[in-house]
Ligand binder design. Structure first.
Ligand code: FVH
Length: 292
């Protein structure tokens, strides 16, 4: 249809769980799509939906200006792009990488005549192509390139541009994932506490989820304190009070037969900060202790 012809053609390298979800979203939106995957069998369902299948990565790269990568890791990007001609390509790398790898990859692409945009996907595959699921992708690197392809890149999930530094998307990605694991650790401890009791975990779950959501806005106060340098600004529950409360949590864990190992590193940092005379502060001073 004429509508299809107008859509930016996309090459996609990598058809794992995430790559396949991206491919389906672009196909559903009418983008001409060329795909390649190391294991060819993964291309079959997409070919049935209209994707063109390239025999080699080099052929896929040659097919379109916009080339998106969604591979396992940075070394698989090396392997896949070895021997491809990247001159004049717009490379968008959605493979999870470290900020340093993303910066090196941007320079690597520039040396080969390609423009480069890095991406960090804040979504799991079922959220792709489902705008109401709230998934999005951090992008960083060339702003001009981001603007040029904003509409196409926004088809599978929302887009959030975080700066010209190609490492910033990965840094934002890792920052959010790190916070997520802290949250999962806390939830794991909470479930362990009730596990041997007559409490249904499915009854605790909504209470837990609501509590975490209620506490989450505290990050705005933390950010405000970091920016001002005043860690007492707007403090609600000061550090002295919070440290005083930790024995209750630890002895409850002991009585419930639960290892405190997920909690103690954070409690130790709180205690060290208190020992520096920061009892009137918020928890923000812990961040200072984390700097090497
Ligand atoms: N799936 C998820 O929940 C997360 C959500 C957030 C973002 N991540 C990142 O997305 C990248 C791809 O993840 P994925 O879920 O698609 O991963 P897999 O299903 O394991 O597919 C991996 C693809 O990479 C290909 N591949 C791996 N190694 C090589 C290599 N040496 N040479 C060529 N291709 C390679 C693999 O090919 P094959 O095994 O099918 O032949 C898949 O296409 C990733 O960075 C996540 O961190 C996903």
């Amino acid at each position: 249809t004429p509508n299809t012809v107008e859509k930016t053609p996309v090459t996609l390298l990598g058809l794992g769980a995430m790559g396949t979800a991206l491919a389906r979203a672009w196909l559903a939106a009418g983008h001409p799509l060329t795909v390649w995957n190391r294991t060819p069998a993964r291309t079959t369902p997409l070919a049935a939906k209209g994707a063109r299948v390239a025999d080699t990565a080099a052929e896929a790269v040659a097919a379109n200006t916009l080339v998106v990568l969604c591979l396992l890791d940075d070394s698989s990007v090396d392997e896949v792009l070895a021997g491809t001609d990247l001159a004049g390509r717009d490379l968008v790398n959605l493979t999870t990488s470290t900020p340093a790898q993303a910066r090196a990859r941007a320079e690597w692409a520039r040396e080969r005549g390609a423009r480069y945009l890095d991406g960090g996907i804040m979504a799991v595959p079922p959220m792709i192509g489902v705008p109401e699921a709230g998934g999005y992708v951090f992008h960083s690197g060339s702003r001009e390139l981001f603007e040029r392809h904003r509409e196409t890149l926004g088809v599978p999930a929302g887009t959030t541009y975080v700066g010209e530094d190609p490492g910033f998307a990965a840094l934002h990605d890792v920052a959010l994932l790190s916070a997520m694991y802290g949250m999962f650790a806390g939830a794991a401890h909470a479930f362990a506490l009730i596990r041997e009791e007559d409490i249904d975990p499915t009854a605790l779950a909504p209470l837990l989820a609501d509590w975490l959501v209620a506490m989450a806005p505290a990050v705005h106060r933390t950010a405000d304190q970091l920016r001002s340098g005043d860690y007492t600004k707007g403090v609600v529950s000061n550090l002295a009070m919070q440290v005083a409360g930790t024995p209750t949590l630890l002895s409850t864990a002991e009585h419930q037969g639960v290892s405190p190992e997920l909690l103690t590193p954070y409690f130790e940092l709180m205690r060290r900060r208190l020992a520096q005379g920061s009892g009137e502060e918020d928890l923000t001073g812990v961040i200072d202790l984390l700097a090497h």
